[in-house]
Design a protein around this ligand. Structure first.
Ligand SMILES: NC(=O)c1ccc[n+]([C@@H]2O[C@H](COP(=O)([O-])OP(=O)(O)OC[C@H]3O[C@@H](n4cnc5c(N)ncnc54)[C@H](O)[C@@H]3O)[C@@H](O)[C@H]2O)c1
Ligand SMILES: N[C@H](C(=O)O)[C@H](O)COP(=O)(O)O
Length: 335
């Protein structure tokens, strides 16, 4: 399945591993069977990053996504002229501004229909914040760019072994118990349920919800969020016919036997979901945003500044992100 339009790829931080990975992937396009894509900005960065991996990268600077598919077989299509000197591992303000501009333009192309979806290469949140980005992460930014509330955009990490959703996301751990509400769990679980049907073709998704506390609270002896907040949300979901189970003790929810019993795990905080996902599937893990009108995926890893330009970064998660975005877009288009 391939979407009819190209995917827009945001450049990410030019000092990170994103540019070399997308150059490597374009170079391997013949064996990967990926949908066509265009990178937004950074033509010079991409050429230089490619050279660190021994690739002499042809770039086609184009005016918009409509030109990308025709250009893709002969050159990496790049939309827009923004650029900075390539300095791997040395993030700076100019690079952060280029990353932000690329994210904004790629988002608008996907939102307004010129691109089939957006694949975001890694950014450093602290660097973006230093140039005025006011969102905790790209997931929250995309909700706002689509005119939705923060709660409408749901982060899911997906790999061959596991799909996992953190219900609370980019917040200090100390704030999790206060932020976690029955309504938030219920609303996000419904978005996940619908998205697994619509975007992943799972007819009757099985959701497994983790507890927050050790032993899922041990009957209230180790915390009461399970009884007060999580279990009532699960009852409401089940009353609507959604197959939701839990609250499960989180420590045993990711064993190979447990994973056979559900399609997606809903965890109560960021690392409860992302640690098992990255431990199991780091090189193929995709960060996908559910619940929005546009398709958005990203590799599960970050900027990895320490290895940028070394030629050793693994492209697997970015390949998986491009593939998943293409499949989601094709499914939404009825393909
Ligand atoms: N998709 C995203 O935009 C995204 C995701 C996670 C983190 N981040 C950002 O990235 C920055 C760095 O975060 P971090 O250090 O926690 O995570 P990281 O994923 O950048 O690095 C963690 C470890 O994994 C290694 N690594 C990462 N990707 C790799 C790859 N493709 N091949 C081989 N090794 C790889 C790194 O060298 C490092 O040892 C932070 O500023 C964070 O905000 C962005
Ligand atoms: N929370 C993600 C992770 O750790 O992999 C990552 O920071 C990306 O988040 P956004 O897609 O919201 O930028």
């Amino acid at each position: 399945m391939a979407p009819t339009q190209p995917l827009a790829v945001s450049l990410g931080d030019p000092a990170g591993i994103g540019p070399e990975l997308i150059a490597e992937i374009w170079n391997q396009r013949g064996s990967l069977d990926l949908p066509p894509f265009a990178v937004v900005g950074g033509a010079g960065v991409l050429r230089a990053a490619a050279r660190t991996r021994g690739i002499d990268l042809p770039v086609a600077v184009i005016d918009g996504p409509a030109e990308a598919t025709a250009a893709f077989s002969d050159a990496l299509p790049v939309i827009g002229g923004g650029d900075v000197p390539y300095e791997p591992g040395r993030p700076d303000e100019a690079g952060a501004k280029l990353a932000l501009g690329s994210l904004e333009l790629a988002t608008s192309l996907a939102r307004d229909g010129g691109a089939a979806g957006i694949v975001t290469l890694p950014v450093a949140k602290s660097r973006l914040a230093s140039v005025g980005f006011e969102h905790p992460g790209q997931t929250e930014y995309l909700a706002s760019a689509c005119g939705r509330s923060l709660e409408d955009a749901v982060m899911m990490l997906a790999g061959p072994s596991l799909k996992a959703v953190p219900v609370t996301v980019h917040c200090p751990l100390a704030e999790v118990p206060r932020l976690l509400t029955e309504e938030m769990i219920y609303d996000k679980a419904r978005i996940v349920h619908r998205a697994l049907q619509r975007d992943f073709g799972i007819e009757l998704p099985r959701l497994a919800l983790a507890g927050l506390n050790p032993h899922a609270g041990e009957d209230g002896r180790m915390g009461n969020e399970e009884a007060v907040t999580i279990a009532p949300a699960i009852s409401r979901l089940r009353a609507e016919g959604i197959e939701a189970s839990g609250p499960h003790p989180a420590d045993a929810l990711f064993t190979h036997r447990a994973r056979e019993t559900y399609d997606v795990a809903l965890a109560m905080y960021h690392d409860q979901a992302l640690i098992p996902l990255k431990a199991l599937d780091f090189d193929e893990g995709v960060n996908v945003t559910l619940g929005l009108p546009l398709v958005r995926t990203s590799p599960d890893h970050g900027t990895a500044f320490a290895i940028a330009g070394e030629g050793i970064a693994d492209p697997g998660a970015t390949i998986a992100a491009i593939r998943m975005a293409g499949e989601m877009a094709a499914r939404r288009a009825g393909g």
